[in-house]
Design a binder for this molecule. Sequence first.
Ligand SMILES: CC(C)(COP(=O)(O)OP(=O)(O)OC[C@H]1O[C@@H](n2cnc3c(N)ncnc32)[C@H](O)[C@@H]1OP(=O)(O)O)[C@@H](O)C(=O)NCCC(=O)NCCS
Length: 209
Amino acid sequence: MSSSKLLLELKKSAGTVPELVLPLGNPVEALLRPIATDVDKINKTDVRLLSEWRNRFVKSFLTEFHSHDERTTSWLVQSVAEDPGKIMFMIDTLDGISIGHVGLGFINWQTGYVEADAIVRGRNARKGLMKEALQLLLRWADASLGLNDAWVRVRSDNSAVMFYQKVGFVEQKRIPLSKRISNDSCIWFEDNDAEENAPALVYMKYMHS
Ligand SMILES: CC(C)(COP(=O)(O)OP(=O)(O)OC[C@H]1O[C@@H](n2cnc3c(N)ncnc32)[C@H](O)[C@@H]1OP(=O)(O)O)[C@@H](O)C(=O)NCCC(=O)NCCS
């Protein structure tokens, strides 16, 4: 099976009992579980947490909007499920409490390009757990999917830039951002004519350890 097919199948088969989990830590401390995207298998708790955390960290992302369960469900069922270059994992403790999520996006199956996507800690966790969860995901993407050119794009006004440095990403370039405000959202886009003090989009490349 090709790697892109594997990703689609993983999303489709993910449900109450996922087909695959990535164990984190030795001894195992948490599990990375693919978030279900099939309309019949959607996990309502995942949806509620995704919406709640998206609202809590609204300014961390390029598109700012108010999230709610219905919107999150359609995004999972339509956008994430159908996108061959995207998958998200919940990070669950061994007693089943979800503490955050990590994802892969913008995959180019020809070149091996991948981006760390939707990295959020929503509950208290041991310091370093999010770093290790993302490193595990990137190792899996490299070893199992052949995605060895990993990047992240992050707003310069998000202190997560320093988190990504600790994970092993190194800044390559910055592009200024401008924002477009519509009825219910604010979208940041790359704009070389942006205002002088505007935030930028920081491109960081992962240096595999
Ligand atoms: C970014 C985020 C996932 C980091 O979670 P976390 O639980 O703090 O991460 P970790 O404990 O694994 O941190 C790993 C290292 O990064 C450092 N770090 C994490 N966040 C940091 C920050 N905001 N500023 C400076 N350093 C930071 C930690 O101190 C730790 O350093 P150490 O290795 O020297 O101990 C979390 O802050 C979050 O969910 N932010 C909101 C969502 C967001 O902005 N996501 C990124 C969107 S692009």
